[in-house]
Design a protein around this ligand. Structure first.
Ligand code: KG4
Ligand code: ZN
Length: 354
């Protein structure tokens, strides 16, 4: 299966095969990150993203096919992200996949990007549902019960900013550059998390939703109260921000673990999967380790290049879809919003994140 991913700021193509024992094998996977293009703006600029996907996708597909040493005849199908995401980018990948499928006569699958993330542990370690997934990236912050392939219950989502976005905005405010997550983590390592007392958003709330806009405001107030900011001040703000953000995630994850157990009582082996770019944050991982130890879950984090956006997860989701349903018609539309759980309540302020 050829997979194509263009929903945000990575242009990616990959060939994934299913081995006779049912497990997946990444035959080739190429990812072109647009980080440098967006860095001057401190965030992803949709028009720049779409134009760059358009400029590079054909070459990347060719590269993925040639690295896999595979011809179009060998493929079982062509899968592309059909949403959710930045619509110009999604359209680029989806139209390319449709054109390739039409020209080669291969089945075409439009894939939900979130399903790609959700099914990655099946590709990387053969993990089968049910399991609980925390997806924390620049665009998404969600807790999902992966009940089965194709069956997802969204337990919580952000009602405003995504966690990666909160890291990026904190970095921007403190002049730490873009993407901000790694810079904030590095600065926090030298900081005193006790000097500032930031709120832990949503703590104790009965649902499993997230909110980071209040924390962002608290960071802004702290930063503007000290001028000029010395390196030690920046480090202390980062440390306090990271601690509050991790505490907020831990509180939400603990609630979701209770909900997951109510839904899937009596499971022998309970797993929390953490994915998305922010899962690279070591303080967050330690925090999740503690949550898992307390609730007797095991923590599984895919390798970082499969936590962040890539096309192998889309190809693998294509393979998983292909055994369960018919291919999509070419009339399938790109969707800026596409909740994985169709029954979940819409979150109007969460952008593409819901
Ligand atoms: O999954 P991802 O690569 O892509 C998109 O969301 O498109 O996630 C990127 C996000 C950015 O917001 C980045 O700042 C954040 O993940 N991130 C981190 C770390 N590494 C990346 N946040 C906190 N700590 C990190 N070490
Ligand atoms: Zn993603």
């Amino acid at each position: 299966m050829l997979g194509i991913e263009t929903s945000c700021d990575e242009t990616a193509a990959s060939v994934v095969a299913r081995k006779p024992d049912g497990s997946g094998e990444i035959v080739s996977s190429v990812v072109l990150s647009q980080t440098a293009l967006h860095a001057p703006y401190g965030g992803v600029v949709p028009e720049i993203a779409a134009r760059s996907h358009l400029a590079h996708l054909d070459r990347l597909v060719e590269q993925a096919m040639s690295e896999a040493d595979c011809s179009y005849d060998d493929l079982s199908g062509i899968a592309a992200t059909a949403g959710p995401g930045l619509i110009g980018g999604v359209l680029t990948g989806l139209m390319t996949a449709k054109a390739l499928a039409l020209a080669t006569g291969k089945p075409f699958y439009g894939i939900n990007h979130l399903e790609g993330h959700a099914l990655t542990p099946g590709l990387t370690e053969g993990l089968r549902p049910p399991y609980l997934m925390l997806l924390v990236s620049g665009g998404h912050t969600q807790l999902v019960s992966v009940d089965d392939v194709g069956q997802y219950t969204r337990l919580g989502t952000t009602i405003d900013d995504a966690l990666g976005e909160a890291f990026d905005k904190t970095a921007k405010l403190l002049d730490l550059g873009y993407p901000g997550g790694p810079a904030v983590e590095a600065a926090a390592a030298h900081g005193n998390p006790r000097r500032f007392k930031f709120p832990v958003p949503m703590k104790g709330r009965d649902d499993c939703n997230f909110s980071f806009s209040g924390l962002k405001t608290a960071v802004r107030q702290a930063a503007t109260s000290i001028q000029p900011l010395a390196a030690a001040d920046v480090a202390d703000i980062c440390a306090a921000f990271q601690e509050a953000a991790c505490a907020a995630v831990a509180d939400r994850v603990q609630r979701a673990m209770v909900r997951f157990e109510e839904m899937h009582g009596g499971l022998q082996h309970r797993v929390l999967v953490a994915s998305g770019g922010v899962a690279a944050n070591l303080a967050l991982r330690e925090c999740l380790d503690r949550c898992c130890a307390e609730a007797r879950f095991s923590l599984s984090v895919p390798p970082v290049d499969l936590c962040t956006d890539n096309a192998a997860m889309i190809a693998w989701a294509g393979l998983e879809n292909a055994v369960r349903r018919d291919p999509d018609a070419f009339a399938l539309s790109a969707r800026a919003r596409w909740p994985l759980d169709a029954d979940a309540e819409p979150q109007p302020f969460a952008g593409v994140k819901a």
